[in-house]
Design a protein. Structure first.
Length: 238
């Protein structure tokens, strides 16, 4: 299946289909925005952007949870990292995010703060178990897809009686971000490419407002080149 979704012949057929669909659109153009960092990576890694028909304009949306982390949040967990008997557990990509004055967790780590990089929320729970005299604070970032794993880790902490563990929640929701974009008169978006893994968690209902309130189509798509092209075809044909 993975090979099929990367098949050049299939992708070319979908590109041709997209070009034909554009002929039925006023101005023969479509400005679409993807709102997931995984889509962004796939589009650029596959070279898909350069192969899109003339008239298809790709805009990148707020799909990276690290990129949308607020200065005040960065300042808060840097302050926590400086406290005694506190261990900060975080994903590695948060280390370099600058806060006020350009300071980051990497600076705090260099100054002696106890900051540990983990690969899953459960790793931070193991850290708390191994350091019973310290409070382990997991920095919870992400969108709807990462929230269940963090919630599951909190439930596991309760079931295992681990009391020196907590979460600093910074999870974001995709629909309010889309509302903010559409409310901006300078934002010219004709359609949204929506993330498949988020829709697996939330379903389609949270996105119906795009068409009902704003008359802007959205299509949920997977992350392989053919997935993305098929979603763009559906958007253009809508």
């Amino acid at each position: 299946m993975d090979r099929l979704l990367h098949d050049p012949e299939l992708c070319q057929r979908l590109i041709d289909r997209l070009a034909r669909a554009l002929e039925g659109i006023e101005g023969q153009s479509m400005r679409f925005m993807e709102v997931c960092g995984t889509h962004t990576v796939s589009i650029f890694q596959s070279g898909l952007r350069s192969m899109l028909p003339e008239g298809v304009v790709h805009l990148s949306g707020p799909g990276c949870p690290v990129c949308v982390t607020h200065d005040s949040e960065v300042a808060a967990f840097i302050e926590m990292a400086g406290r005694e008997k506190v261990i900060i557990a975080t994903f590695g990509d948060l280390l370099r995010v600058p806060g006020p004055g350009g300071r980051s967790l990497k600076h705090a780590l260099a100054e002696g703060a106890r900051v540990k990089v983990v690969y899953s929320p459960l790793d931070s729970l193991a850290l708390a178990r191994d350091n019973p005299g310290d409070l382990v604070v997991f920095l919870g970032i992400g969108f709807e897809t990462t929230a269940p794993a963090v919630a599951g880790t909190l439930l596991a902490a309760r079931m295992q009686g681990i009391k020196n563990f907590c979460v600093f929640p910074m999870h974001k929701l995709v629909p309010p971000a889309l509302t903010a974009l559409l409310s901006d008169p300078d934002c010219k978006v004709d359609a949204f490419l929506l993330p498949g893994h988020v829709a697996m968690v939330t379903g389609l209902e949270p996105y119906r407002f795009l068409a009902e309130q704003w008359r802007v189509p959205g299509c949920v798509g997977g992350f392989e080149p053919a997935d993305i092209l098929l979603a763009l075809c559906r958007l253009a044909e809508s």
